[in-house]
Write a protein of this length. Sequence first.
Length: 210
Amino acid sequence: MNIILLGAPGAGKGTQASRISDAYALPHISTGDIFRENIKNETEIGLLAKSYIDKGQLVPDEVTCKIVENRIVKPDCEKGYMLDGFPRTIAQAEALDKVAKIDLVINMDVDFALIMDRLCGRRVCKDCGESYHVTTLNGATTCSRCGGELYQRKDDNPETVESRLAVYSQQTAPLIEYYKAKGLLFNVLSNGTPEETFEMIAKKLDSFSK
Ligand code: AMP
């Protein structure tokens, strides 16, 4: 089963992706994570991506599509995969259609008023990528899952979040109609807790794989 997780920044895609990946044994492919890894390793792609990511803009389609095309042909993707944060433009979706058959698109629908607080209070594990919120960490600075150090993403600040949201509305939100027209869209309201959201997604995935 090949799945796409769609949604605005802060909708909880990463959090749900790691749960889905564990429960359904699907490799989790996050273009954002791939870019961050490249930035950390100071590769050519990382250097290029950083200039866009720091401003809350999208990395050019050609670069992003190539990365995904190379990733989904790896042996671990043979039985399916889950794309998180890709596609983010119609051009990316069209490029993906040429190389993949998508079975389901989960659109995580979140109230925009919740996003700023979710993202600016987000802390991420440097090692496993798990996300937390400062209000539930009670001062903890390490990951309860793997013990890794928590950090705040450089693009999780009010100014960059504003641009990311504008980019989402202009370039990514049209994908909702794109996939609806193909009959692939499943909408999930993700204003609640990660557990509540996961329950709705799991119900859909269970009925889907039967
Ligand atoms: P994320 O971790 O999904 O929030 O992505 C962080 C940043 O990486 C985004 O704000 C973009 O700058 C870049 N990025 C991630 N995925 C894509 C994509 N599919 N297309 C273009 N840029 C992307």
